[in-house]
Design a protein around this ligand. Structure first.
Ligand code: EPZ
Length: 422
């Protein structure tokens, strides 16, 4: 695993172009398995999780031309029942193979998906609701064994708890299903709205994007077309935090601030000056005092769990006490131990992180444990006094396109030490 060597403290300021959204691109790539014509997808971020997804699609016989955009043709698939376990297990998103492959192959035998170490990541809501749509599906010896007769059957689904992943699998199963599928208490993250917009662009019949009630009328066929992925709102939020904690000012371009409502509100409460436009947002923290702010994560439009480690870092060096409550993942706290090594005054009790702001952090040898924790540690290294070494930094490559160069262009002093040089 590579390391980062980061020298701090620095002030981060300048302009950054936001990349396409990982969490919109992944379901859209798997959804392309449902289309037997050429699909061209633009603004796909260059990330490890995307590369793994492309490898899985190639293993299935999908024709892919990777250039400025991704040209995908899934018209001829081989019934590959032995997709490489290491690929399937390395990303959570491989769970979105289930519905498209059941539609195409009528039966599957897939290893369980992987994902970050932020929680158990069960798939009971996927299993239960695909059964309601007519799938015969179970988990046996770490494999998802499933089959459907001819097609899924439309049904009325009431999600007992919010699940982005399960909502997506149900949508993908319902596209060609007999009759109508209604999902009540559906997740309404902007990434799901982007997936629905993609599918409707290709001829699907889905109503209720961005709401808790999604209605899918089965269609006979989707057609090919061109689609541009939305921007990555979590990357935007991460760079806004980078400016806030380093007393800098950053303009994020190619990003829709409407998808970050509560994050911008909380940054304003923390004392930041925030400006927004149609496709940009900026933060100015120079000569301003950073104040501690309580946050509670939750399903959209609540505070995004994927921004929790970054905002926890902000509270570590803000004036005053604060409480960060994590309600989505049971183990999204692995960054705390590392931040304490850098002088943070925080502790965890149940699903709450109690923070007491300190004047500054000091450098240390720390390790990344999952995607969003690793980026909060990189930002911590940028503001800590001295040289911080972060191990296991490959986690960050899963979700942030070209992160070190983007941070260097904003004034960071970061060197990637390839593991073969250690
Ligand atoms: C997606 O994960 C995202 N990943 C996550 O982003 C994001 O944090 C999460 O949604 C919540 O917004 C991708 O899009 C690839 P869930 P997902 O199903 O679908 C429990 C990142 O950093 N649950 O909404 O796995 C689950 O354990 C990643 O980019 C069940 O109990 O999230 C969790 O506690 C991290 N049973 C909660 O629901 C199930 O069958 C929310 O999970 C499914 C989920």
């Amino acid at each position: 695993m590579d390391k980062f060597r980061i020298k701090g403290p620095v002030q981060l300021k300048g302009v950054v172009n936001i990349s396409g959204s990982k969490n919109a691109a992944l379901p859209i790539l798997f959804a392309s398995l449902l289309i037997d014509e050429l699909v061209e997808i633009k603004n796909i971020p260059k990330l490890k999780d995307i590369n793994i997804t492309i490898k899985l699609l190639l293993e299935l016989g999908v024709k892919i031309k990777n250039g400025k955009s991704l040209k995908i043709n899934a018209s001829h698939l081989y019934k590959n029942y032995n997709l490489p376990k290491n690929l399937i297990q390395s990303i959570r998103a491989s769970i979105w193979l289930v519905s498209p492959l059941l539609v195409r192959f009528k039966k599957i035998n897939l290893f369980l998906p992987g994902g970050c170490s932020i929680g158990k990541r069960p798939i009971d809501l996927h299993i239960k609701n695909l059964k309601k749509l007519g799938a015969n599906i179970n988990i046996k010896n770490n494999y998802i064994i499933a089959s459907i007769d001819k097609n899924f059957k439309g049904s009325h689904i009431i999600m007992e708890k919010n699940s982005v992943g399960a909502t997506i699998n149900i949508i993908l199963a319902a596209i060609y299903a007999y009759n109508i599928t209604t999902i009540d208490n559906a997740s309404k993250e902007p990434e799901i709205k982007d997936l629905i917009n993609f599918l409707n662009t290709m001829g699907a019949n889905i109503k209720g994007a961005g709401t808790n009630k999604i209605i899918i009328k089965g269609v006979l066929k989707l057609k090919g077309g061109i689609y541009t992925i939305m921007d990555d709102r979590i990357e935007t939020g991460t760079f806004l935090i980078a400016a806030a904690i380093s007393k800098g000012n950053i303009l994020c371009k190619n990003t829709n601030p409407k998808n970050l409502g509560i994050v911008l509100k909380k940054l304003k409460s923390a004392g930041a000056e925030i400006k927004t436009g149609k496709d940009w947002c900026s933060i100015n923290m120079t000569y301003r005092k950073l104040k501690a702010v309580n946050i509670i994560t939750g399903p959209y439009p609540n505070f995004p769990t994927d921004m929790q480690p970054q905002f926890t870092l902000l509270n570590c060096i803000a004036l005053g006490k604060s409480i960060v409550t994590e309600t989505v993942f049971e183990n999204r706290f692995l960054h705390i131990h590392e931040l304490i090594k850098m002088g943070a005054n925080i502790f965890k009790k149940n699903n709450k992180i109690f923070c007491k702001g300190v004047k500054s952090l000091y450098s240390a040898k720390i390790k990344a444990t999952d995607l969003r924790a690793s980026v909060s540690l990189v930002l911590a290294g940028c503001i800590a006094t001295g040289i911080t070494i972060i191990n296991n930094i490959n986690y960050i490559d899963r979700g942030y396109e070209d992160i070190e160069n983007k941070l260097i262009s904003l004034g960071a002093n970061i060197t990637r030490i390839k593991n073969n040089k250690i």
